[in-house]
Unconditional design. Structure first.
Length: 406
């Protein structure tokens, strides 16, 4: 398809990312092709890569499409209070913006720290916190599975793995949500998260323990405390909200699609299938910033200039009709989606495993503990958070027969 060069750039935001993203991505692809001109807050231009093959090319060539944000040609137009700065960092010393051998060393540090997590202990911790959250609502006969459950569970598990005290969890949840949504509270959320991480590192330098932060501090590759703070912020943000949305989106699918009805009444074989389908059709991480062109090039029939920002359209690529010739077909066990990224900067495999254990445990505890669970509102009225970056429900209200606490 030849892009329609006369079409105006698409604002990356607005109600349709919340209400009908699949249709919006189809229209973008029809009007612009696989690489779409978009504008960010403040009329800042960028490209949104929706093509599966094009996204594979961008994420697989770190020299041409770099993670080094210093290359961006728009920095002179970005104010200090730009709400997307937490998503698109300037000179941020985190793994997200590190390239080359140093990136590989940092990725190895994170992977080693997470790989040492005992999977049985991880599941035990996830079950413990999930049961506590269910205990708080199960006698009532109704709850919001987002605000009372999914939005609280991953960060509580991750905080324990990293070394935080339990009571710090709620503040971390608020800060993470504000930062990720990229609105008025974004910078304050980022500052709270950074201060919390710095305090934890100071504590663990004095008193090491069997946790992720202590293992990162023990790494011998010579990382500064600031680098570890930044990497912990990335790990917390990437580990919490997408996992919470994975739980919420999967429960929504199982509550609204008759194919999964049996799972709600004692079956478990469909939980993994529902979770995988969400990663294809309703992925929590919709769009990611980003990559920067290190020189002029061509991509998807577009002339990309040196210093241009390319946003990774993960959901758009997952639904690319060039690779999904039958969009109605079940994805089954196929995990060739982009939901965890691709290439050098993809989500480390141990982090994927941690997220999957937390999400699956969270879903199974709901199904085990709450009998005859059902939505209290029509499925079509369920609303999403207003974010083009992450796709998750604002709430998931359900009713069930009241049961005693454990």
């Amino acid at each position: 398809m030849t892009p329609t060069t006369a079409s105006a750039p698409v604002p990356l935001g607005g109600l349709r990312f919340q209400t009908e993203p699949a249709e919006l991505y189809r229209e973008m692809r029809r009007d612009h092709g696989s690489v779409v001109p978009v504008v960010l807050d403040g009329d800042i231009p960028a490209w949104l890569v929706l093509g599966y093959r094009e996204l594979h090319q961008v994420t697989g060539d770190p020299q041409l499409f770099s993670r080094d944000s210093d290359l961006w040609s728009q920095w002179d137009r970005i104010p200090d209070d730009w709400p997307l700065l937490p998503m698109i960092g300037r000179k941020q010393p985190s793994i997200l913006y590190t390239v080359g051998e140093r990136h590989r060393e940092r990725a190895a540090m994170i992977s080693d720290a997470l790989e040492a997590v005992d999977p049985f202990e991880l599941r035990s911790q996830a079950e413990k916190f999930a049961d506590e959250l269910i205990d708080a609502v199960c006698p009532k006969g109704e709850t919001d599975l987002i605000g009372d459950y999914a939005a609280l569970l991953p960060v509580r598990v991750l905080a324990t793995l990293y070394g935080f005290a339990d009571e710090q969890g709620p503040g971390l949840v608020t800060a993470l949500n504000d930062m990720i949504n990229g609105r008025e509270g974004a910078l304050a959320g980022q500052q709270h998260l950074a201060a919390s991480m710095a305090k934890l590192i100071a504590d663990r330098k004095e008193s090491p323990a069997n946790d992720v932060v202590s293992r990162m501090l023990a790494n011998t590759a010579g990382f500064t405390e600031e680098e570890i703070v930044q990497d912990l912020m990335v790990m917390m943000a990437a580990g919490h909200q997408p996992t919470a949305d994975w739980i919420g989106n999967s429960l929504r699918l199982m509550l609204t699609d008759e194919r999964f009805a049996a799972s709600l009444f004692g079956g478990r074989h469909s939980v993994a299938e529902a979770m995988n389908e969400v990663l294809w059709e309703d992925t929590p991480t919709q769009n990611v910033a980003g990559r920067w062109a290190s020189r002029d090039t061509q991509l998807g029939g577009r002339r990309v200039r040196s210093g241009d920002l390319l946003l990774l359209g993960l959901q758009g690529a997952n639904s690319d009709p060039q690779v999904r010739t039958d969009s109605s077909a079940l994805t089954g066990g196929n995990n060739a989606h982009f939901s965890f990224g691709h290439g050098e900067h993809r989500c480390p495999f141990p982090a994927q495993e941690v997220a999957e254990v937390i999400a699956r445990t969270g879903i199974e505890v709901v199904l085990d503990r709450l009998p005859d669970i059902d939505l209290t509102v029509p499925a079509e009225s369920l609303a999403r958070r207003p974010s083009p970056w992450l796709r998750g429900l604002s709430e998931l209200p359900v009713r069930f027969t009241p049961v005693p606490v454990l």
